[in-house]
Design a protein around this ligand. Structure first.
Ligand code: TYD
Ligand code: MG
Length: 457
């Protein structure tokens, strides 16, 4: 009997080691090596278990081609009929591409891909290793669409999946989740580094050889990375992340890597009882109560990728009960909040040192755009003075350590969005731009003190 062969794989980068060691010599991470059983057998192609006449890979062994003879006209992308999904992909699914969708458990990855799958006007195969066909059917019924071209397969062995593929001949393949797949060529358990690597490379070969787009769902680990080796993200063409707060209904789809488009685009969805609704005009829903002016609320004109987004910032400033005042921020960087409070104290003379400050971005989203700074300042001071700001005003500028108000990128787009949504005044840093034809009053300031004097006196 042959001896069982084992090796050690780094769970972080996927490097193989002959023996155990505390630190991975490739990525220098500690305690990431795990022993896995491997037993490689000769056949490695995705359709090697099929009879010869069905094998596509053996029929089409690639030949070297002159570069001048390669047809570079882009094959048309498949329209997913989901505008937000298309946007994030860069205009639709590229034939033969592999897309990985990651996200926390319960965020709606299966729902999103099932919905895309049901809406695609092509023959699709949805392979699930996690749920039964009945469960998927129940979900499909919730999404309320009756279609005939969508096939469901509950299977985890890649060889069996490829056998079914050669029968069904789907035009789009969806795998829910890559961590549940297992190939016969390797003996380690499903979800281990070697299995994930091997199954993914089989699927990549399948996608490239048959020009079928493949969508994979990937689990993520506690610290938010896609489970399995980093190498998985290198292998695929596109990495998407589905994120949002599970207690809020909004979900954001982002591209972390995209070989066929930009990574700046985002898609916004709302999770409803009947699946995910595409949010075409996000600014309107992120602003909770238009028309009512409350103290401590300010609106920021931010950009998420290429899309302008109006976001509501809420602040609460109250007298500290304990010796150490509390500072808390939801959806905004706490360090940046502390910096802004220090600037307000030092440059504008506000005694916020003895105050508790709470900051919240409504809608459960997180903002990194520095243009939100000015709205944060306005919200904090508005709550501090208990004077409401007009709900017809919005802010868009970065605040520097000297209390100076600095310009941000894409000012025209932000001002244009503000005017489109009916804001009467936009507060920004001085910019050499002409906003005359935007229909909105643009007010520029260079220092926080001037803005404060203008707003609160
Ligand atoms: P799911 O797609 O199973 O998440 P994942 O695959 O990322 O783990 O979605 C889970 C949540 O979505 C679940 O808590 C219920 C909710 N949901 C709705 O609110 N409405 C719906 O129509 C569907 C199908 C799910
Ligand atoms: Mg799922």
């Amino acid at each position: 009997m042959s001896k069982i062969k084992t090796t050690f794989f780094c769970q972080n980068c996927g490097t193989q080691h002959a023996k155990w060691q505390g630190q991975c010599s490739a990525c220098k991470e500690w305690n990431t090596l795990v022993e896995e059983v491997i037993q490689k057998t000769a056949p490695k192609s995705w359709d090697s278990s099929l009879p010869d006449e069905n094998s596509l890979s053996r029929k089409r062994a690639p030949q070297p081609q002159r570069i001048s003879e390669i047809d570079a006209t882009e094959s048309p992308r498949l329209d997913t009929t989901n505008a937000e999904f298309n946007r994030v992909l860069g205009g639709g699914l590229v034939p033969g591409s592999i897309t990985l969708l990651g996200g926390e458990p319960g965020i709606g990855k299966s729902t999103l891909l099932l919905q895309v799958c049901l809406n695609l006007p092509y023959k699709t195969l949805y392979v699930s290793g996690e749920e039964s066909a009945q469960q998927i059917k129940m979900r499909a019924d919730r999404i309320k669409q009756k279609v005939d071209h969508c096939y469901i397969l509950t299977e985890t062995k890649t060889q069996n999946i490829f056998r079914q593929i050669s029968e069904v001949q789907p035009e789009v393949l969806i795998i829910d989740s890559i961590q549940t797949l297992q190939t016969d060529h390797i003996e380690s358990t499903a979800g281990s580094v070697s299995q994930i690597k091997e199954c993914t490379s089989e699927l990549i070969k399948f996608a490239k050889e048959t020009n079928t787009p493949v969508l994979l769902i990937g689990h993520i680990t506690k610290d938010g990375n896609i489970a399995g080796p980093k190498i998985l993200e290198h292998m695929v063409d596109t990495v998407l992340q589905f994120e949002g707060d599970r207690n809020h209904t909004y979900r954001i789809l982002r591209a972390l890597k995209n070989r066929f488009g930009s990574t700046h685009e985002i898609g916004i969805y709302e999770m409803l009882g009947y699946g995910l609704r595409e949010v075409i005009n996000p600014s309107e829903i992120l602003i909770s109560q238009r028309g009512i002016s409350l103290s401590g609320t300010a609106i920021a004109a931010t950009m998420e990728g290429m899309r302008p987004l109006m976001i509501e910032v809420q602040a609460l400033v109250s007298t500290a009960v304990y010796g150490t005042p509390q500072r808390s921020a939801t959806g905004y960087n706490l360090k940046r909040l502390n910096m802004i409070l220090a600037v307000l104290e030092k440059r504008a003379g506000f005694k916020l040192g003895q105050k508790d400050v709470f900051l919240n971005i409504t809608g459960g989203i997180t903002v990194d755009d520095p243009a939100i700074d000015l709205a944060v300042v306005a919200a904090i001071l508005s709550s501090n003075f208990d004077i409401a700001l007009s709900s017809q005003h919005c802010f868009s500028a970065e605040v520097g350590l000297g209390g100076e108000i600095r310009p941000v990128s894409r000012m025209e787009q932000r001002v244009h969005e503000a005017s489109k949504l009916g804001f009467e005044k936009v507060f920004i840093a001085p910019a050499k731009l002409d906003f005359k034809n935007t229909g909105t009053n643009v007010q520029t300031f260079t220092k926080i003190e001037d803005l404060v004097r203008y707003l609160f006196s």
